[in-house]
Design a protein around this ligand. Sequence first.
Ligand code: GLU
Length: 485
Amino acid sequence: MTKKIRVRYAPSPTGLLHIGNARTALFNYLYARHYGGTFIIRIEDTDRKRHVEDGERSQLDNLRWLGIDWDESPETHENYRQSERLDLYQKYIEELLEKGLAYKSYVTEEELAAERERQEAAGETPRYVNEFLGMSEAEKASYIAEREAAGIVPTVRLAVNEAGIYKWTDMVKGEIEFEGANIGGDWVIQKKDGYPTYNFAVVIDDHLMEISHVIRGDDHIANTPKQLMVYEALGWEAPEFGHMTLIINSETGKKLSKRDTNTLQFIEDYRKKGYLPEAVFNFIALLGWNPGGEEEIFSQEQLIELFDEARLSKSPAAFDQKKLDWMSNDYIKNAPLDLIFDKAKPYLEEAGRLTDKAEKMVALYQPQMKSLDEIVPLTDLFFEAFPELGRAEQEVLAGETVPLVLESFKQKLEAMDESDFQPENIFPQIKAVQKETGIKGKNLFMPIRIAVSGEMHGPELPNTIYLLGREKSIQHLTMILEKIQ
Ligand code: GLU
C-alpha cells in the first residue's frame, strides 16, 4: 500500500516571506497537488526572541497572493501553532526522561562558554561534554541538589548514541550519512523557558501530523541527523526527507543574502511593485527545478501536472532578477487589458493620474511593463513638464529637414477638428506629411516622436500623440520649432 502523501510548510513567523521560504512552500504545494496529497501549514513559533508581531498573517497573506492554498492550517485546525502544543512536547520530554534517553542538564551558559573557549584554544571542535562524566551516583546527586538549591533551571538534553550512524536517502541529494559522534554531543531538546528546541518539536509535530515527506531548504541538512535521533528514541518511523538546493544570487555567485540590497527578496516587495503573482509563481517554480526542454512559461495547472521530484536539481539555483523581469513582462503583455488596467489603477490613482484616458495609457505601455508600478514614471509625459532633451535627441533635431517635417505636421494637427482627433486619424496625418515633404522613414518619424515626447524611443507613436492631446502636441511642436530655428 502506498503511503498517504502529507507534506507541510512550517514557517517561523520571524519576518516577511522570503523568496527561499516561498520556494519551500511552493514545492510542497506542487508535490501535494501533483499526487493528490494534503498540504499543511504549521507555524513554528517557539523562538520567542525572534518572534515578529503579525509575522504569521504576513506569511499566509503572501502565500495566498502567490496563488498557493492549503488544506490544514492554524486558521482551520486547532493546535497548528507550536506555541499551542507545549503540553504535547512536555509529554514526550517526560517519556524520554523516564526511559533515560534524555536527562536534565544543569550546566550554566558561563560554563559552556568557558568550555567552548578551552576547546577552541586546544584546536578541538566545540562540543558539549557530559557534565556528569566520571561522577559517582552520590556525586551526581549532590551536584544536582546543589544546583537546584542555587536556583539553576535545567535544560533537557537528549542522550546521543555516539556510535550510531544516521543516514537517509534524500529525495534531492541521494544518500546522506552522519555519525552520531560528530553531532556535537548531547543536545538540548527543551530550553530553560520550557519551550522545546526546533529539532525536537519538529519531530513530534511531523510524526503526529503524519507528515510523509519533509521537503525543505538544504540549510536544514545538518538538523536531519538530530531529528533522526529523536525518531529513534521515540521508536517512530521517520518520514522521507528532501533538501532543496541553495539559491545563489546570479550577480554575485554567492548564497542569496538579505544583505544583497539590490535584489528584491521578499514576496511583499514584488507584490507592492505590481508584479503578477502568476509570473512570480512561475519564476519560483523554476528555482532548482525544471521540467526539461526549452520552454519556461508555465501556468500553475501545468506546473502541478508536470511536477516531478526526480527533477529537483542538485546544483545551486541562480536567482536572476533579469529573468524574473523578462518573465513578468511576458505575463503582463499577454494578459487581457482589463485585468492589467485594474491592477495598474491603484498606482495611477495614488499619483493622481486616473483620468478618463487612463485605460488607453495602460494599453499603450502594457507591452513594455515589467511591473505595474512602472505605469507612473511611464506616463510622466502626459502629466509632467516636457523632458530635458538628451544629446542623441538634440542631434536628430539638428537635421536639415527637421523644421520642414515638424512645421508640416503642426499644420496638419492644427487643421484637424477636435472631434477627429482619434488614434486612427493620426497616422494618416503623418503619411500626409510624408506626401507633402517627400521625407519618409526615420527622417519623418524620429523628429515627430522627439518633438512630441522628448524621446527617441517610446511606445506606438499615433497613440502617444492621441493621449498627449491635440493642444499639447501642438504646443510641444511649436516649442521645439522655436528652439531649432
Ligand atoms: N521553521 C523552520 C524554518 O523556518 C522549518 C524547518 C523545517 O521545514 O523543518 O526554517
